[in-house]
Ligand binder design. Sequence first.
Ligand code: TRP
Length: 351
Amino acid sequence: MAVTQRINDLNELPLISRQRRERVLSGIQPTADSFHLGNYLGAMRHWVNMQATHDCFCFIPDLHAITMAHDPAALARRTRVAVAQLLAVGIDPQRSTLFVQSHVPEHSQLAWVLGCITGFGEASRMTQFKDKSSKGGAERASVGLFTYPVLQAADILLYQADAVPVGEDQRQHLELSRDLAQRFNKTFGNTFTVPEPHIVKDTAKITDLQSPTAKMSKSASSPQGIVNLLDEPKAIIKKFRAAVTDANREVIFDPEHKPGISNLLTIYSSFSGKSVPDIEAGYAGRGYGDFKSELAELVVEALTPIRERTQQYLDDPAQLDAILADGATKARAVAGHTLAAVYERVGFLTA
Ligand code: TRP
């Protein structure tokens, strides 16, 4: 649907008064001391590229990060490292709105209202809650973990996002956000943009170097199976050398029969910009050894500047704080506008 059309629909209250560029919102949890290649090639790199064509909002959902038991010092450290890495890979705070969720109180405020139009049964069907709560026993899971998807809906709807780049695992949460937006609009009047999932075409699906049929994942992979953006060159080289490969010696892309080599080819292609067939041709008759060590070199070359820039941001906390304060101000201007309309429409008195 044309953005202008929606602006006209909402013109009694210009919630979407902005330029025509589509607005996208992306978030990544601060649950590790470093992001990894799967995060970077599957998501972050696309967010950086989208800045050229979209109005980008990019945030660290720290409220979501306390839905499971957590260590406060680690959360604070990881939130900083997460922001520093986003800046280091190229999220530009001049072009994008980059912020930390807890700096924008409107997220919690809207989550309450949305929670009141979410069915208990509807929330109970969220598969991520079932997965995460089954690990420690459903009785012990927090109410925060249960309402996690409602908070996520608030994240998205506050900014009137047109699209949300998400992986397959977040599809159901996005569907809930759409349902809640539509339900609110129908009940209280047109207020929210109904967001579309934005499944990035040819997103690189990166798998675990040690068990290449499983996604590279902070929670599931062994440390040797994950290449972190902040790994030192020595560690990167070691991990690629030890990567599980497949029978026979040919560097050929065949995910079904050769998941290990195929994953490495995907990584090679992402960092070199070369097509997979070109890479295959270049290694014809040469075996895995050369391929793995040249791949490691390529990755070291790409990640070294990212690691160094991340460290520069971490070494200057005042600058990082200023960037975040500025991001929070920009985010609150939009979020506050939406929340004010929501409060008015549900019948709250103006304070
Ligand atoms: N649930 C998302 C994840 O684990 C993180 C997230 C929270 C998010 N709020 C969001 C992603 C809003 C996109 C939009 O990946």
